[in-house]
Design a binder for this molecule. Structure first.
Ligand SMILES: Nc1ncnc2c1ncn2[C@@H]1O[C@H](COP(=O)(O)OP(=O)(O)OP(=O)(O)O)[C@@H](O)[C@H]1O
Ligand SMILES: [Mg+2]
Length: 248
């Protein structure tokens, strides 16, 4: 599978703090990469760097073979890089339908409102929110707003989709439902990078795991190898997890 995304020695500094430090990481087309690590490890920063929300301080990012290190956020989006936000941020007064239609229109400049809403309806149906189309986003439950966030990201017609903790705050049934959607999105040909704290979900969904700690990539490989890695256990998973899975 060809590499769709490549980070070469990427760093992002905030004042004296290295949120990302010399990260070199490739993502193959069709993968579901799990990006894990403790709070503050730099996971969201990595997504922000790639999607040009907070550009890299140094290093290089390439998407589908083209340098995107210095592109603007909307340019990254139109090339096929889409993401959900850890803290969901719909337009609260707008209907669920128009939140998604806005994303659809944004990704296709010159599209009609009618066409954008048609596309939005499809994406809402996919995430199971067709019954909520007319409701303002503010009235939706957290689980629904997370699914709305997913529909918005899909309306951008991504080739590579970053999911930033789409399961945080959801109950078991809601997590199962979201996991099913992620499998379906992957099957449709979208490459996925998912930031996720629930290891059960990571192990169920991801084809590979990359681990960040203090901004540095400390492991990158097959899930069964990464969860046994002593540096990963030390930095993140903990002895309790290792014992429970028979590697302690
Ligand atoms: N805009 C910013 N300005 C200053 N510091 C920032 C900014 N964004 C992130 N940081 C810092 O960079 C580090 C990495 O943060 P980041 O949000 O990427 O972590 P994370 O791995 O996503 O953590 P979490 O699991 O809590 O979401 C943290 O120390 C954070 O405080
Ligand atoms: Mg984060």
């Amino acid at each position: 599978m060809p590499e769709i995304l490549k980070l070469d020695n990427v760093s992002r500094r905030f004042g004296g703090l290295y949120a990302l430090r010399d990260v070199t990481l490739g993502i193959d087309s069709g993968e579901i990469l799990g990006l894990i690590g403790p709070n503050g490890a730099g996971k969201t920063t990595l997504v922000n760097v790639v999607t040009a929300v907070t550009p890299a301080t140094s290093g290089r990012v390439a998407f589908a073979g083209e340098d995107i290190t210095r592109v603007k956020s909307y340019q990254a989006a139109r090339r096929g890089l889409s993401r959900t936000f850890q803290v969901v941020q719909p337009f609260p007064e707008m209907s669920a339908l128009d939140n998604v239609a806005a994303a659809a229109a944004f990704s296709r400049p010159g599209t009609s409102l009618h066409a954008a809403r048609d596309a939005a309806r499809e994406h809402l149906a996919f995430v199971g929110l067709e019954g909520m189309a007319g409701q303002s986003a503010a009235t939706l439950t957290l689980a629904m707003r997370k699914r709305l966030e997913l529909a918005k990201a899909l309306a951008m017609r991504p080739r590579l989709l970053f999911l930033d903790e789409v399961n945080a705050g959801l109950n078991t049934a809601e997590v199962e439902r979201a996991t099913g959607l992620i499998h379906q999105i992957a099957k449709s040909g979208v490459t996925i990078v998912m930031i996720e704290h629930l290891m059960k979900v990571v192990l169920n969904v991801c084809t590979r795991i990359a681990v960040l700690h203090n901004g540095a990539l400390i492991a990158n490989g097959a899930p069964r190898d990464v969860i046994k890695d002593s540096a990963v256990i030390e930095a993140y998973l903990g002895q309790q997890y290792a014992r429970r899975h028979g590697h302690g």
